[in-house]
Design a protein around this ligand. Sequence first.
Ligand code: PBG
Length: 328
Amino acid sequence: MWMKSRPRRLRQNNHIRDLIAETDLRAKDLIAPLFFIKGENQRVAIDSMPGQWRLSIDLLCEHVQYLYGLGIRCVALFPAIEEELKTSDAKEAYNPKGLNQNAIKAVKKACPQMLIMTDVALDPYNSDGHDGIVDKNTGEILNDETLEVLSKMALEQAHAGSDIIGPSDMMDGRVEAIRETLDEHGFHNVMIMSYTAKYASSFYGPFRDALDSAPKAGDKKTYQMDYRNTHEALKEMALDEYEGADILMVKPGLAYLDVVQKLKMHSQLPIAVYNVSGEYAMVKAAAEKGWLDEKEIMVEMLYAFKRAGADIILSYFSEEMAKLLREH
Ligand code: PBG
């Protein structure tokens, strides 16, 4: 049979496949999320996230240096706060001498070149386990009252040396409130990577185990997005752009590639995607059972994010992927 057009010609060996590949993945596209705790020389496993740890600040600093050596250029820091420091006003969030601020300073000192991204949301500090302040009587998550706390929190993180503020709380108006506060205090170079389209998702389960930060009552559906919607992501996109975000993020990742693509097509800003804890846990669990090839699945997933249009990927696989990229 004669055929003019044979797509398989371009698939016949590695070199031609590499030559025509549409997407590329590099260690510098990756952000490694890291969990930390108080104390010294502590390394506590996270059961639902094999291979991820809660590290004390000393070990966190060593780990960040190691990641820099692997080619990773940005880490996202997440503190696990002791239960007794959690209050309904979440005031530990902006304690200049708190665990989070100490970690930022220590990591900056240990590895000055590494970009530090820090999370802005109240859930690690809030005794209610919500990202915003909870009204005691009604249970409502209070938007405008929360903005004040978020702004103070972002400011302390900037003071401590954070390069990128990552508001993950989904309160309305938070990007503008944070931008204004940062600028008022001379931090106009501190960047904001907004969790623009953050969906209310069960894929965050293992993360909430890692930080003991699950909501004590209710769910996050009054502030995080409904997974049935995508046009709504464009509304959030427009608001974040207007409010001064530098980078837009979609979260979770795997089940939301359509949203990544949509934002990439409609925005001039760089797009990030968060390959979240539940996505990591699923791969690890299946690999432990011998049902999937972990490495191959990891690479395929990370390329899928790039193909969908993500410029930046936050992933718990960052370290493993960076190691693999170095070998090739
Ligand atoms: C906090 C926050 C969450 C994640 C990142 N920041 C959890 C949540 O919103 O409940 C999830 C990350 C992951 O699952 O890997 N607001």
